[in-house]
Structure formats: C-alpha cells, structure tokens
Design a protein around this ligand. Structure first.
Ligand code: MEV
Length: 324
C-alpha cells in the first residue's frame, strides 16, 4: 500500500485577480488530504469514506461502473470525479484508492486540488510512473481544470504540490516566508468556484475600466504583503487583509454570511484584520488574531457566535509527501 498526503491552502491576497495574471499570494495550511492506493487485481475502486462530514461517503467500482455505497453523499461523489479522472488519465487499473480529507469540501480551502495531488502522487509512487514533482504539479493543474470545466489559476494545485507559500502570476513561484497562525472561519455555505470565477470574469469583460484597477490594487497588496510577513508587521498585514476584503466585495463575491464572520472577528474578536479567502460566494474567511494572550480564543469565539465554524491553522506547511 502507498499513502500520500497533500495540504489544503488559504489564499492570503489576490484571489480572482490571479485568474487574469495579476499577482496573488497563497499559503499551504496544516489540514491535509490523504490518498491510499493498494493493489486490487481485476478491480478499479475509489472510496471516499470521510470528507470531514458526518455522512457515509461514497464508493464506486470504476471498471464495472457499479456504485458500492448505499447512501450517496454529493461532496464525496464530487471527490471521486477528481480521482477517477486521475486514474483515467494514466490508464490505471487493478487498484483501490481511498481518499480521506480533513478539509471541508467546497469551502475555498483547496480540497479538490489536494485530492488530485494526493491521489496522483500516491498512484505515481505505487505504479512507478516516474513523474517529477514539476510534472505532478502540471498534471494536477490540468486535471483539476478538466473536472471543473472552467477558468482558473495554478494556485491551488501548486500549493498542494510544493506547499509553503506560492506567489502566482501566470506561474507559481515558491517564496520563503515565516509561518503565520491564522483563524479560519467556515460559513458552512458551500460554494462553486467555477461560477464565482465566471461571474468576476464576466464583470471584467463588461467593465474593464472598473475591474482592472481593482485587480491592479490587489496585485499591489500581494506584493506589499511579502515584507509584512517577512518582518512580522502583522498590524499592517491586517490592514492589507481588510483592504483586499473590500476589493473582493466590490467584485461581487462577498456574502452576508462571510461578512458577518469577517466583521465579528474584527469587532468582538479583536482580530488585526480579516478577509474572505478563495472564490467567495460562501466558503471561508481568514483572520489574523490579536497578539493578546487570549487573542486566538477571542477571534475563534466571535466567529462561532456569528454562526461559523472556527479553526486555528498554521501556514507554510509541507507540500505533497509519501507517508509510507
Ligand atoms: C480559488 O481558490 C481562487 C480563485 O482565484 C480561482 C483560481 O485562482 O483558480 C478564485
């Protein structure tokens, strides 16, 4: 059996702008997807028993086109699409792939990219396909986009593959930066990345004179953030997050639930700054807790009181790795 794992991510600055080639900064986080591959002669099974949800999950036999589970969970079903595309692409047979995730699906934390990267890495190792890390990142990006049938940047797949921090323009570039402790607030509202990206890109097409300056401002924020993280100027970093959140609102990807968590964390939670993260339209926000001794608890409590789920994450974590 081969076990590989890949991290989830937060986009710190520049989501959506990055789809048009403007700089964005993303960070891998310490929530992971694990993909196990084992030999299964005559079979091709995919099982997604747990996607951080209290549901049964989903399993199928891709050769016999037979559904093996009795209760179908939509999110787990979606995850199997990514895995089956990986298997098809490399004409894989005679294996069973089991995928488990700590990342809430459709939440903006990169679960689909991590599912693709972890399962591809596990298959690559188990079957000796010989893909290098760069080839793995490239293939994962192609597969994610193929399943989503939409536009998108390589941010999520690069973060799942290389980990750490990635500055993305057209290509992803690893940047050495110290870790951050951030609070993630999940609205519990799933989102559809493809629809949010399409919405913003359509807005850009109809009003480039409005949207392009917003994208340029986001690019400036991404670049300015590097020094703030390097020198741990976290109040300034918080200001940049607030500014980036306002720009994302202007693009139309904010929601009432996201704003409630953002303002609760900045208000009662005393966070240094907060913004939505990822495509928006639901999903997650991220906040920098205040430096007080109870800063983390305060920010998390405020998010929970505003109706969200809160968790503490560390940024800059290791990329894809073979566990066994
Ligand atoms: C999704 O995590 C971030 C977006 O910028 C889309 C992309 O980069 O592919 C909204």
């Amino acid at each position: 059996m081969t076990i590989a794992s890949a991290p989830g991510k937060v986009i710190l600055f520049g989501e959506h702008a990055v789809v048009s080639g403007v700089a964005a900064l993303g960070a891998a986080i310490d929530l992971r997807v694990v993909a196990k591959v084992e030999d299964a002669p005559g079979k091709l099974e995919i099982e997604v028993p747990n996607l951080n949800l209290n549901v049964k999950g989903f399993a199928l036999d891709a050769l016999k086109k037979e559904i093996l589970s009795t209760k179908i969970c939509e999110d787990a079903f979606q995850a199997t699409k990514y895995v089956s595309t990986v298997l098809q692409k490399f004409d894989v047979r005679n294996v069973k792939v089991v995928v488990e995730s700590e990342i809430p699906p459709s939440s903006g934390l990169g679960s689909s990219a991590s599912v693709v990267v972890a399962s591809l890495a596990s298959i690559n190792f188990h079957l000796g396909l010989g893909l290098s890390i760069d080839e793995l990142a490239k293939e994962a990006y192609k597969i994610e986009k193929e399943v989503q049938q939409g536009l998108g940047s390589p941010t999520d797949t690069a973060l799942a593959t290389y980990g750490g921090y990635q500055m993305v323009r057209e290509k992803a570039e690893s940047i050495e930066l110290p870790e951050l402790k951030l609070i993630v607030g999940y609205t519990g509202v799933p989102h559809n990345t493809r629809l949010e990206v399409e919405k913003v890109q359509n807005f850009r097409e109809s009003c480039p004179q409005i949207v392009d300056p917003i994208f340029q401002a986001m690019g400036e924020i991404s670049r300015s953030s590097l020094n703030c993280i390097r020198e741990q100027k976290l109040n300034k970093l918080g200001e940049l997050m607030n500014a980036n959140h306002g720009l994302l609102e202007a693009l139309g990807v904010g929601t009432k639930e996201l704003s409630e968590l953002v303002y609760a964390s900045r208000g009662a939670g005393n966070a240094r700054g907060a913004k939505l993260t990822g495509a928006g339209g639901g999903g997650c926000m991220v906040a920098i807790p205040s430096p007080e001794y109870d800063g983390v608890i305060k920010a998390m409590t405020s998010i929970v009181q505003a109706g969200g789920k809160a968790f503490l994450v560390t940024t800059g974590c290791e990329g894809v790795k073979i566990e066994h």
